[in-house]
Design a protein around this ligand. Structure first.
Ligand SMILES: Nc1nc2c(ncn2[C@@H]2O[C@H](COP(=O)(O)OP(=O)(O)OP(=O)(O)O)[C@@H](O)[C@H]2O)c(=O)[nH]1
Length: 497
C-alpha cells in the first residue's frame, strides 16, 4: 500500500526530472531540519490510546485470494455497494461501461479492477487497496491478482495481510479446477499461510449455478477442511460461508426471493458478520522502528519522499533515523497519510515520510529506516523455514534463486538443505535431504550472491533482515526462480552479515 503524492509535491515530481524546481522550493529544502516537539513518552501514550480506543474501529488488512475467475472482484465490488461504499450512480455507470464492451457480467468487478488499473498506471509498485467499514472493523482490502504467475505485487499484498478471504467457485467442475494441481486455490493458501497469515474466511461463491445445493456446499467445505489443517490453519480460525456475489446474496443480508433457496438450509452468519469478527494483530509499537521503503520520490519540495509501512515501532516528526544498509542518517520533516499531515505514525500505518538532511542517493527502495540506537541486522547468509510450492524441478543444494524481501529482490543461492519438516508438528522428517520436491516444508540456508551482470570482484551487499521470532513483518521471504515463485518462508537465524 502506498500514499500517493499530492498537490504541490505531485507537481514537482513531474518537474524534478527536468531539474526545473522552483526557487521557493529550493529555499524550503535548505531550511534547518525540524526539531522534535512532542516528548516520546507522550507519543507512545497517544499511540497506545489510538490502538486500544473504543471509538476507533480496529483495523485489519485483508488479502483476497482464489483461483482465476472465482469471482473475487465481483464479490468485492458488490460488497462495497452493499456496505454503501459505492453509490447507485456509480453502479449504473459501471453497468453501462462494462455493457458497452460486451462485458456486463463483469460490472461489479469494474469498481475493483478500475481502481487497480488506475493504481497500476500510477507511480507505485504496490497492491491496489480499498477501505471497507463493517460495524466493528476498518478493513483494508488488498486485491491479489488471481492469474498463475505470482507477481511481486501479490507477494507484497500477502505479506502485509493479517487475514485472508478465499473465494472459491462452486460451479460443477470449477471448484475442482481451482483446487487441483495447477489451480491457484492451494497455492494461494500455502503462500499466505507461509507469510504468517493465520485467519481465513472461505466464501463459497456462485452457488446460484448449482441451484444453491447444500450438498455441493458441504462437499466443497469437506474437501477444503483437511487441506487447510494440513497447510497450518487452525480450524478455530477458519470460517466457511455460502454466497452469491453477483446477486449479493449472504454478503450483508439474505433477503428477497433470490435468497429463498439458501434460506431453506442456511441460518448462519453472513460474510460481513464473519469479517466483522476478524482478529486484528497486536501491533508492536514499543519495538524499535522498522520502516522498509517501498518507493522513493526524489526532488520533492518538502525533502525526499519515501513511501512505506511502519512494520514496528513509531516514527515522529523531527526524529533522526538511520538508513540501512549504509551509515547515513536523515531527519523526518513531515509525515503524510492520505493527504493528512501527522506528528507521528505507529506500527501498521502506511505513510509517506518526507526526509531531509540526507543526500537522496542514499535512499533506495528496499532500504530500512531504523532508530540509530537500534538498527536492524544485515545479512548475507541466513537460515529459513520454507514451504515449497507446486514445482516441477526439485530444489537442490546450490540452486540459484531470486530472494524477495519487502520491496527488495536480490540474487541468492540455496546453499544448504538442512532438513525437511513435518508441517503440522514442526518435527524433523529427514536431516540433510538431497532434494526438496513440491509441497515440502524444510529448513534451508540461503546465501546472497552477486548478480550475473556484476564483475567477479564485486562484493555481495548484505540486506536488512530480522528473524521472524523477533519481527514478523521483517522476517518473511519469498523465493522465485525463472519468474515463478517456488517457495515462501520465514527467517530463522542470521548466519553471516
Ligand atoms: N453466476 C454467477 N457468476 C458470478 C458470480 N460471481 C462472479 N461471477 C462471474 O464470474 C466471472 C469472474 O468474476 P471476477 O469477479 O472477474 O473473478 P476474479 O476472481 O476477480 O477473476 P481474476 O481477477 O481474473 O482472478 C464474471 O463473469 C462474473 O460475472 C456469482 O455469484 N454467480
Amino acid at each position: 500500500m502506498s500514499t500517493p503524492l499530492r498537490g504541490k509535491d505531485a507537481q514537482s515530481l513531474d518537474l524534478s526530472g527536468l531539474n526545473l524546481m522552483q526557487d521557493d522550493d529550493a529555499v524550503q529544502a535548505d531550511e534547518p531540519p525540524p526539531k522534535i516537539t512532542i516528548a516520546r513518552e507522550k507519543v507512545l501514550e497517544e499511540a497506545k490510546q489510538a490502538l486500544q480506543g473504543d471509538s476507533d474501529k480496529r483495523a485489519v488488512n485483508l488479502v483476497v485470494i482464489g483461483h482465476v475467475d472465482a469471482g473475487k472482484s465481483t464479490l468485492m465490488g458488490r460488497l462495497l455497494y452493499e456496505l454503501g461504499k459505492m453509490d447507485e450512480k456509480k453502479r449504473v455507470a459501471n453497468e453501462r461501461a462494462s455493457g458497452k464492451i460486451g462485458k456486463s457480467s463483469f460490472s461489479w468487478a469494474w469498481e475493483f479492477d478500475g481502481t487497480s488499473e488506475e493504481r497500476e498506471r500510477g507511480i507505485t509498485m504496490d497492491v491496489a487497496s480499498q477501505i471497507m467499514n463493517t460495524p466493528h472493523r476498518q478493513i483494508t482490502i488488498l486485491d491479489a491478482p488471481g492469474h498463475k504467475d505470482f507477481i511481486p505485487n501479490m507477494i507484497s499484498g500477502a505479506s502485509q495481510a493479517d487475514c485472508a478471504l478465499l473465494v472459491v467457485d462452486a460451479a460443477t467442475g470449477e471448484f475442482e479446477a481451482g483446487f487441483d494441481r495447477g489451480g491457484q486455490t492451494r497455492e494461494h493458501l500455502l503462500l499466505v499461510r507461509s507469510l504468517g497469515v493465520g485467519q481465513v474466511v472461505v466464501a463459497v461463491n456462485k452457488l446460484d449455478q448449482v441451484e444453491w445445493s447444500q450438498a455441493r456446499y458441504e462437499e466443497i467445505c469437506s474437501l477444503l477442511r483437511p487441506f487447510l489443517v494440513q497447510s497450518g490453519f487452525q480450524p478455530s480460525k477458519t470460517r466457511f460461508v455460502p454466497v452469491g456475489a453477483m446477486a449479493g446474496i449472504n454478503l450483508v443480508k439474505r433477503e428477497g426471493p433470490e435468497a429463498e433457496p439458501l434460506n431453506v438450509w442456511y441460518k448462519g452468519p453472513t460474510l460481513v458478520d464473519y469479517l466483522d469478527e476478524l482478529e486484528p494483530p497486536t501491533r508492536d509499537i514499543t519495538a524499535p522502528l522498522r520502516f522498509p521503503i517501498s518507493n522513493v520520490f526524489k526532488g520533492q519540495a518538502s525533502g525526499t519522499a519515501v513511501v512505506g509501512r511502519v512494520c514496528s515501532g513509531l516514527v515522529q516528526v523531527g526524529e533522526r533515523l538511520r538508513v540501512l544498509p549504509g551509515d547515513e542518517t536523515a531527519v523526518v520533516r513531515m509525515i503524510d497519510s492520505e493527504g493528512d499531515s501527522l506528528q507521528w505514525a505507529a506500527a501498521g500505518s502506511s505513510v509517506t515520510l518526507y526526509l531531509t538532511s540526507i543526500d537522496p542517493v542514499h535512499l533506495n527502495i528496499g532500504s530500512v529506516l531504523c532508530p540509530p540506537s537500534a538498527v536492524i541486522p544485515l545479512a548475507r547468509s541466513f537460515s529459513a523455514r520454507i514451504i515449497v510450492f507446486d514445482i516441477q524441478v526439485p530444489i537442490t543444494t546450490g540452486a540459484s534463486i531470486e530472494l524477495f524481501h519487502h520491496s527488495r529482490d536480490v540474487p541468492a543461492s540455496i546453499t544448504k538443505l538442512i532438513a525437511t519438516i513435518d508441517r503440522a508438528t514442526g518435527t524433523v522428517i529427514k536431516a540433510n535431504p538431497r532434494v526438496l520436491t513440491k509441497s515440502a516444508s524444510a529448513e534451508v540456508q540461503i546465501t546472497l550472491r552477486t548478480s550475473a551482470y556484476s564483475g567477479p570482484a564485486t562484493i555481495v551487499q548484505p540486506i536488512p533482515l530480522e528473524p521472524f521470532s523477533v519481527n514478523k513483518e521483517m522476517g518473511r521471504v519469498l523465493i522465485r526462480r525463472g519468474g515463478e515463485t517456488i517457495a515462501a518462508g520465514v527467517v530463522m537465524d542470521i548466519l553471516s552479515s
